[in-house]
Design a protein around this ligand. Sequence first.
Ligand code: SF4
Length: 219
Amino acid sequence: MGYCEFQIPFFIEGVKVETAQMAVGTEFHEHAEKMEREIAVVVPLTKTELEDKKADLNFIREDIQTSFILEFELMHGKARLELLGRADKVMRQKETLIISDDKHTYNPSRHDFMKKPYDNQLLQVLAYLHSMYYLGDSVGWAEIPHEKKAYQVNIIDSKTGSVYKTYENVVGSKDAELLFGNALRFTQKCLQWDELVHHNSKARCKSCGYFDDCSKALR
Ligand code: SF4
């Protein structure tokens, strides 16, 4: 929703693409996960520890599956949105649930004057923050109790592999409105109860993995 609504039909058809930048990102993620697994001391999570908001938790990278579910009663009927994902990094520190996500770009200086990540990046971490989490066989699917929610979006320079900038914010009611508003519109657009709207940006189309196959691409 944050990048382009015309990607929705491709998602529905299950068409997957991987741009050169995404391939670099995948390689980085796999390497970071391997490194962390090599050095981490893993201890089983207990229900008592999970329920204690004051207990800090630090889950291994890419180890937590997420499930974001919303149900709507709309003019056209009932709808249920279910998004499954895998968060890069999940932590609880000082009673704050933190989702950290890495985003790769060959042009990190675009972020120099931005105060927040792009909408698509923000919506992704917000969805993770409002999800249920699969916390291993002993706990199963559960919420992670907390007082506050926060995100970290790390902008990684694809040329150097180093962090160029980190957006860190505690999530407020405006973020929740953004997430739930977009989730509703996304559901309606998936069901063709609402029209897809074009962003009219040639630059976005040029960077989009669906460019070659998209009849709505601006060329
Ligand atoms: S090519 Fe352009 S219009 Fe088509 S899905 Fe990509 S960004 Fe959207």
